[in-house]
Each structure stands twice: as structure tokens, then as C-alpha cells.
Design a protein around this ligand. Structure first.
Ligand code: SF4
Ligand code: SF4
Length: 363
């Protein structure tokens, strides 16, 4: 606890905020920094970081919550699979409440579908060992942090000769959508607070094209308030110096080489592919799809099922929220039809979704 307190020291925070105000005092423009990680979004709201910043610095949230960016047709596919009598859906908790076109997994569970909440893909593997009469379908969502454990579970299933373990894949990578958003002239991102855990896997070098080719400063930042303030100050310095580069504020966790072993497992099981992001559309090369050698474990290829035509909820602005173009309060459904108890859009479901964070902590 003492260790954590060191990153939450109020007096140090006040000094850092004063220094930041002084540093940008003569800057006439606007710096727009995007945090692309759901945990950063939560921390910004929880510690009121926006209210501490000088008017020259604006924070916007990006597409960093894996649940929020999962497209509606993926949820529809999972719902359709859950209706098959031989299928058990195994998933992380947040996914059961993400709205599909006409249902979600929680509703299907109430109607008799077998939906199990698991804490890791290995729990799903254990279910497959225990119930050979069932097809266990794990919902493979998440970025480079979760994808290696899913790849590990597929490798273990292959080693054990399991025939009833499947993954419905929607894994994604983070730097490619960051490049897509950096190229959007409407957003004018002046710098990225890069995700912490993802960076521990992919390493700082993965962001080099953003800084070198697109000229966008990048700082890998931890989750504590002082981490975030320091990360923002480092980004501001890069803007003032006009020298975009990749820096690591979170060096107590992130190594320059990342985690090569996790990346090897990823590359063994997954290949880059074009995938849709909720609200953003298809981003070429941003997905991690199961390689042909492991097709036996791919639910999409191995379990035939009819999926309804996708329909987004009219009025939901999740797509614009995920691109950082609007704030939750701009959505007419926010706090009215859409609440954490009754979410209309994905951004209100996940505890790391921007709408859920704004609902809980306000500005
Ligand atoms: S997994 Fe990565 S992107 Fe997702 S919340 Fe954690 S640090 Fe952020
Ligand atoms: S308030 Fe609800 S409906 Fe509106 S953008 Fe957020 S999640 Fe979507």
C-alpha cells in the first residue's frame, strides 16, 4: 500500500500540475491528447484529472476498451451459438450484457442457454475437459494483453487432443487503429497516452511508426494519478519541442523489448487480418485471426449457425464516443434510456467504457 501511496501523493500532484500550467502558459494552440486504454479512461475520471489541466490541454478517450469495440454482429453470432443445445458459451463477465441486434447473452441465459462466466481461457479449457458431450465456445475478445493467453489455451487444447474447445475470435491489436485515428483530420490528435499492459507485451517500438511517420508524440503511461500527470507533461514537452518520439513513463513495468515470448505465442496461433471495430468500421490488418493450422478450434469455421442481420440501436453514439469525437453527455440517451443497469450501447456496459466512467464519476 505504501508503494501505491507514493503514486498518489497530493502535494507532489499539486507541484506537477503547477509546473504543467507554467510550461504551457505561452502556448497559443490546443493540445489534444487521446488515451487509448479503458483503464486510463477510468483513472482520468476517478481522479478528476481533466479538471487539473491547463486550458491548452484537452483529453479525449479512444477505442481502448475491448468490450466496447466488439461489433454488434459478433454479439449476434455469440447469441446464435448460445441457442444451439450442444453449445456452452464461456466468456468474461462484461460480454454477457453487451447488446446485440435483438438480444444479449444475459437474456439468452434467462431463456435457458448455457452461458458461463470465466476468468481466463484456461477455465474454458477446463470446462471442455469436464464436459466432452458439450461444445465449449470461448469468446475471444481483447487486445495484445489477453490474446497470448487465448493462443496458449488453443495450443493446450491441441496438445491434449480436445475436440470440443472452440474460440469465437474478435481479438484486436492497438497500434493500427491509433494510426487510423491519428490520420483523421477532424480529431487532430496531438499525442497519445499509450496503453500500459498492451505495451508490456508489444514493447515501445510498436508505436515508432506513429511518432516517426505520422509525427504523433507517444508516451506509455501507468495508471496512478502521478503516472498520468507525468505522462501528460511528457507529451506536452514533446509538442512544445516539436520532436515527436516514443517515451516510456511506465518503465517500472514496460521493458524496451516488450515480452518476446508472449509475442511468439501470438504469432504462432494468430495472423493479422482485417476486422471491424464497433463504430469505426473495418481497419485493415488490425485483427488477430486464428491461423488455418488451428482452424479446428475456430468456432466461426467449425460450428454452422445462422446469424441475424446486424442492427445498431438508433440514437446510440458509441461509434463517435470510441473515435473521441463526442462525449457521453452529447448522447441523448445518456442517463435517460441508457444507464449501467440498462445499457443501450457497449460504452455503458464495460466498467472501462467511457459512458460508464462518466456515469459513475461525472466530469
Ligand atoms: S488491457 Fe491494455 S488496453 Fe485494455 S484496459 Fe488494460 S492496459 Fe488498457
Ligand atoms: S450513453 Fe449509451 S447509447 Fe449513448 S453513446 Fe453511451 S453507451 Fe451508447
Amino acid at each position: 500500500m505504501k508503494y501505491l501511496d507514493a503514486f498518489r501523493d497530493g502535494a507532489v500532484a499539486r507541484r506537477m500540475v503547477e509546473q504543467l500550467h507554467a510550461r504551457v502558459a505561452d502556448y497559443a494552440g490546443q493540445m489534444t491528447f487521446m488515451e487509448v486504454c479503458g483503464t486510463h479512461t477510468m483513472a482520468i475520471y476517478q481522479h478528476g484529472i481533466r479538471s487539473l489541466l491547463p486550458p491548452q490541454i484537452r483529453l479525449i478517450s479512444g477505442p481502448g476498451c475491448p468490450v466496447c469495440v466488439t461489433p454488434v454482429d459478433y454479439v449476434d453470432h455469440a447469441v446464435a451459438l448460445s441457442r444451439l443445445p450442444e453449445v456452452v458459451i464461456a466468456t468474461f463477465g462484461d460480454m454477457v450484457r453487451v447488446p446485440g441486434s435483438s438480444s444479449n447473452l444475459q437474456h439468452e441465459q434467462a431463456r435457458g442457454a448455457e452461458v458461463r462466466i470465466v476468468y481466463s481461457p484456461l477455465d474454458a479449457l477446463a470446462l471442455a475437459q469436464k464436459h466432452p458431450e458439450k461444445k465449449i465456445v470461448f469468446l475471444g475478445v481483447g487486445f495484445e494483453t489477453t490474446a497470448p493467453t487465448i493462443a496458449g489455451a488453443i495450443l493446450a487444447a491441441q496438445r491434449q487432443g480436445l475436440k470440443n474447445f472452440f474460440v469465437l475470435g474478435a481479438n484486436k491489436t492497438i497500434p493500427i487503429p491509433m494510426a487510423a485515428l491519428a490520420a483523421d483530420p477532424e480529431l487532430q490528435v496531438s499525442g497519445y497516452l499509450c496503453p500500459a499492459h498492451v505495451s508490456a507485451i508489444i514493447g515501445p517500438g510498436a508505436y515508432a511508426p506513429l511518432a516517426e511517420q505520422l509525427g504523433v508524440p507517444c508516451v506509455i503511461t501507468g495508471f496512478e494519478p502521478l503516472d498520468m500527470l507525468q505522462g501528460i507533461a511528457m507529451l506536452a514537452d514533446q509538442v512544445l519541442e516539436g520532436r515527436p518520439r516514443v517515451e516510456t513513463q511506465y518503465s517500472r513495468i514496460v521493458r524496451p523489448e516488450g515480452n518476446p515470448r508472449a509475442r511468439d505465442i501470438l504469432a504462432q496461433v494468430f495472423a493479422p487480418c482485417d476486422v471491424p471495430w464497433r463504430g469505426i468500421g473495418v481497419i485493415p490488418g488490425s485483427g488477430l485471426c486464428i491461423r488455418d493450422e488451428f482452424a479446428a478450434f475456430d468456432a466461426a469455421r467449425r460450428i454452422a449457425v445462422e446469424v441475424e442481420a446486424p442492427r445498431e440501436h438508433p440514437g446510440c453514439l458509441c461509434g463517435e464516443i470510441l473515435k473521441g469525437k463526442v462525449r457521453p453527455g452529447d448522447c441523448p440517451l445518456f442517463r435517460n434510456a441508457c444507464t449501467p443497469e440498462n445499457p443501450v450501447g457497449a460504452c455503458m456496459v464495460s466498467s472501462e467504457g467511457t459512458c460508464a466512467a462518466e456515469y459513475k464519476y461525472g466530469i
